[in-house]
Design a protein around this ligand. Structure first.
Ligand code: HEC
Length: 208
């Protein structure tokens, strides 16, 4: 390359010009800027600390431990261990409970169902005829329609499908769940106005 072509190179730069040239392109041997270098050293140091802290010495929680903690926190908040099967996290075996049929219990169930704070009405309608959520008076069910299944459905909710535990996350006692489920059973076959069309994929059939 002719000298005139490199008129942008100053004399004091000649000694840091690397000794190769490709297609007329040459390279300076410039040091990395200090801010970049220190940033790089910092990440290396951080990497070592991280490795010691979480993996070697085990002072910080591992991902599995963090996951377990979140599960425990959720269980405390909602009374459900999402990883456990139906009826988990309760001292009462729901399968041993009877459907309540006395008027006082059904009224109590209705009060819970229609309590605005519990949100059931928002998704299932004032008469459980179904809105966003399914009709709860028909004989088409997905998660079972006997008393323990209903109690478990309400307790755990179906977060993936949009129903939070207890409908609103407001915890209900086992007794309240029993009253609520008994009330729902009492509505079965009531054929309320505006009932949602039956969804045939909800294949658990219940006696009406
Ligand atoms: C934010 C909306 C929403 C709220 C609030 C809600 N649900 Fe649901 N619910 C749903 C949806 C959606 C499903 C369907 C879940 C599925 O398909 O797996 C469902 C399913 C159910 C089921 C099971 C139905 C079946 O076929 O097995 C029951 C029982 C139920 N809800 C009762 C209640 C009660 C009682 C309340 C109030 C405490 C309530 N829900 C509050 C949306 C809601």
């Amino acid at each position: 390359m002719e000298d005139k072509d490199r008129n942008i190179i100053f004399d004091d730069e000649k000694d840091v010009l690397l000794n190769h040239e490709y297609d007329g392109i040459q390279e300076f041997d410039n040091p990395m800027p200090p801010w970049w270098l220190y940033g790089f050293y910092f990440t290396i140091a951080l990497g070592v600390v991280y490795l010691l802290w979480y993996d070697v010495l085990g002072i910080g929680p591992s991902q599995t431990e963090e996951y377990q903690r979140e599960l425990a926190a959720a269980e405390e908040m909602y009374g459900v261990d999402p990883g456990a099967g139906p009826g988990a996290g309760t001292s009462v075996d729901y399968a041993t409970l009877e459907i309540l049929t006395d008027q006082a219990s059904l009224d109590a169930g209705r009060t819970i169902y229609t309590n605005p704070a519990q949100l059931c009405v928002t998704c299932h309608g004032a008469n459980a005829q179904g809105l966003v959520g399914p009709d709860l008076t028909s004989n088409y069910w997905l998660h079972g329609c006997d008393l323990p299944s209903l109690m478990n459905s309400v307790k755990s909710g179906f977060p993936q499908q949009g129903m939070p535990p207890y409908g609103s996350g407001n915890r209900l006692s086992d007794e309240e769940l029993q009253q609520l489920a008994s009330y729902l059973i009492s509505l079965r076959g009531s054929n309320p106005d505006g009932a949602k069309a039956p969804d045939m994929s909800r294949s658990v059939q219940c006696e009406i």
